[in-house]
Ligand binder design. Structure first.
Ligand SMILES: *Cc1c(COP(=O)(O)O)cnc(C)c1O
Length: 364
């Protein structure tokens, strides 16, 4: 038996989630598959919605080229645009779209000699204060780029800092600033990430939805950033492994590095072939949920590089080779993330070494 840590990827679930995102918003949707599709495998994910997706978004040229080499014909947006002028010929040659988020990029783009004009997403900093032109710089940059020989068209975009917090009014403030500055400029806009699609109907108030682009990321992978249990999303990744050893410890005995778990009762302990080198978070605390042969139980002790401990005391039928779900269908990645002090985004991105297996129930 080879090492049993496996990331099962349901491409039909990804397709379902893409449709949910599109349906909820009503406009066009760029599937965000940066960072290797949040760890799920960018080429597989892109192929699963090829022909259906309005386009894809990635972080950089290298990620886009991987998709072009795999034969993906749809539009691909570089979310941070170019990092230096030297990238421009390749961006043009591969028919990629660029975000322009800083004044230095505006200057380079205006001065460049390009074989063809580029499709630009001009990004405003409406309150996140990470990248984007300030509301004051924005209209001037728009005027300079609009109808310039290097620019095919402009989509106006911004990004929310707190869309996953429905009790914060920051999102509405950002929308207001964006609307005020962009009034009367281009007709195409792009505001909503997953959290805004799921939580902020106001994020689609800007005119005709067919001219609006959403940018769903995490929701494509089935994790609801608002942690709404009623979500219609389907988990895409199921991370599983198997029990490779079982031992009984007496009340008062401890297990693992640092002996951080001490048994309060006589305990049956399963050793699972999955550790932080596979992407299971080392920061996950005792009590983090886990399922063994379909029965819910908990992580105990400290996660090590290649192995972790599961409490089998109440699962007497568990045996060597029993299947353990670390997250996926029964165990919510959001819950595991929370229990490890992080977010599902990071859990997914960190999965490695585990074997990836892809499933696709066609036509779903
Ligand atoms: C990553 C990213 C997204 C997707 O965000 P999710 O929260 O995963 O939906 C959308 N827009 C931009 C600019 C991003 O960088």
């Amino acid at each position: 038996m080879s090492r049993p840590a496996i990331a099962h990827i349901r491409l039909d679930a990804l397709r379902h989630n893409y449709r949910v995102a599109k349906h909820l918003h009503g406009g066009k949707a760029l599937a965000v598959i940066k960072a290797n599709a949040y760890g799920h495998g960018a080429v597989h994910c892109a192929k699963a919605i090829e022909g259906e997706a309005d386009g894809f978004a990635v972080a950089c040229l290298e990620e886009a080229l991987q998709l072009r080499e795999a034969g993906i014909p749809e539009p691909i947006l570089l979310l941070e645009g170019f990092f230096e002028a030297l990238e421009l010929p390749e961006i043009v040659a591969n028919n990629l779209w660029i975000v322009v988020h800083a004044q230095w990029q505006v200057e380079i783009l205006l001065a460049a000699k390009l074989a063809k004009p580029l499709h630009v997403w001009l990004k405003m900093d409406s309150g996140m204060h990470r990248v984007g032109l300030s509301p004051i710089e924005y209209s001037q940059a728009f005027e300079r780029l609009n109808n310039h020989k290097n620019v095919a068209k402009i989509v106006m975009m911004t990004h929310f800092a707190n869309a996953d917090n429905v009790s914060s009014n920051h999102t509405l403030q950002q929308i207001e600033i964006f609307q005020k500055v962009t009034q009367g400029l281009s007709t195409e806009t792009s505001l909503a990430n997953s959290a805004a699609i799921l939580g902020w109907k106001q994020a689609k108030c800007l005119g005709d939805t067919k001219n609006q682009w959403t940018r769903p990321g995490i929701m494509l992978y089935g994790a609801d950033p608002l942690m709404n249990a009623e979500t219609k999303l389907k988990p895409v990744m199921q991370l599983t492994s198997k029990i490779i050893s079982i031992r009984s410890i007496k009340q008062g005995e401890s297990i693992g590095y640092g002996s951080i778990f001490t048994a309060e009762r006589d305990t049956i302990v399963g050793i699972v072939a999955c550790g932080y080198a596979d992407g299971y978070p080392r920061s996950a605390v005792t009590g983090t949920p886990m399922a063994v042969d379909g029965e819910m139980t908990r992580l105990i002790g400290r996660v090590s590089m290649d192995m972790l401990f599961v409490d089998l005391t109440d699962i007497p039928n568990a045996t060597i080779g029993s299947l353990v779900e670390l997250w996926g269908n029964q165990v919510s990645a959001n819950v595991v993330a929370k229990s490890a002090g992080t977010i599902a985004y990071e859990l997914f991105c960190n999965v490695k070494r585990a074997h990836f297996q892809y499933f696709d129930a066609a036509n779903i």
